[in-house]
Ligand binder design. Sequence first.
Ligand SMILES: *Cc1c(COP(=O)(O)O)cnc(C)c1O
Length: 389
Amino acid sequence: MKRVLLSVPHMAGTEMAYVEDAFRTNWLSTVGANLMEFEKAVEQWCGLPGVALASGTAGIHLALKLLGAGQGDEVFCQSLTFAASTNPIRYQGAEPVFIDSERRTWNMDAQVLREALQARASIGRLPKCVEVVHLFGQCAEMDDILSVCGEYGVPVLEDAAEAIGATYRGRPAGTMGAVGVYSFNGNKLLTTTSGGMLVSRNEAWVEKARFWSQQSRDPGIAYEHSELGYNYRMSNVLAGIGRGQMEVLDLRVAQRRAIACRYRDAFADLPGLTWMPEPADQFSTHWLSVFLVNEERFGCSRDGMIRALDSAGVESRPVWKPMHLQPVFASCEKFGGNVAEDLFRRGICLPSSSSLSMEDQLRVVNAVRTAAGAGALSALEDVAETRRV
Ligand SMILES: *Cc1c(COP(=O)(O)O)cnc(C)c1O
C-alpha cells in the first residue's frame, strides 16, 4: 500500500506554462517577468511589497539585517519553532533568547515576553527585535505582542513561513510587524520547490533586501560593491511555479482546513486527543493538522501513536522540538515555563496535504482510531470547507 505522506507539493496545473515562458524567452536567471508577477501576486494577497528570495531562511536573515541585529546583540525568538527561525540570528553574530508559548495559539506568550523585556530594560539591554512565529498556519496573539513591543520600542519580525493564507483579526499573517517572511519550501501550503519572500510596508527596506540579495552591486557599469552582499535572489524559473501556486492560494487553504475539520470530527469521541485550538478571532490555514495526545486518557503515548501510524503506512511527526532544548542553542537564555516543552512532547502532526484523497484521510483516521483501541469508521463526513470550530 502506498505510504501517506505528511505534506506534499500540490501543483495547480498552470505552473508549467509559466516555467516554459521562462525557457522560451530565455530568462533563466534571477531576472524576468515571472519574478515580477509572482511578487505582484503575493502583494495582491497581503497588501505589501515584497522581494522573492531563494528561501524563507534567506528572508529571515535579511530581515534580521534590516532590523540591525548584529554582533553581540540579542534577538528574542519564540522557542517553539523550526531551526530556520533561529539559525539566521547566529549568522548575524547575534544571540537568540527564547520565549515560551501560550496555550491559546501555541505561539509566543505576550506575558512572558513582557517579563523578558522588563528584565532586559532594567539592565539597559533591550533586544534588537522580537521574532514571532505563526506556527502551523496559525497567527500569534499579535495585538498583545505589538503593544508590549511598542512600549519598549522594539520592532517585530514575523516568521510567517508556515502561515501564508492565514489572517489575524482580518489582517494577513506577515503584515503586522516591521518585516514579514513567507516560505515556499516543498512541504509548505504553497511551494516553488524552494523559495521565500520578504515583505514590509517600508518600501525602502524591501529595496534594500533586493539589493543585498543580489550581491549588493552598486549602480554603474563597473562591478563595484560598497556593502557585503548575498546570492539570495529567487530564480525566474521557480518564480513561474510561484505564479501558478498563488492562483490557488484560497483553494489550498480551504482544502487544508477541510482536512483538519474532518480529523477533528472523526476523533470527537476519542478521549485524550485534542485539536490545536483555533481562537475565534483567527483564521488558521491548518497547514498541518496537529493534535495533543494525553497518554492516560487516549490509551497510547504520542510516540506509540507515531509508531502505530508508521506501521499502517502513515507518516506523522512530533510538533517542533523547542529551540531551548537544542544542543546547538544550549547556551541561550530562556524565559517562561514549560508550555513549549509540553506541546512538543504530546503534539503530533498528521498528514495534511491539500491533495490528500478522502480515502487516504479515512486511512489516517482509522490508523489513529485503531491506536486508541476505538472502532474504525466506514466513511468521513464531507464538512463544509470554511466551517469554524
Ligand atoms: C519552513 C520554515 C522556515 C524556513 O523556510 P525555508 O524556505 O525552508 O528556508 C522558517 N521558519 C519556519 C517556522 C518554517 O517552518
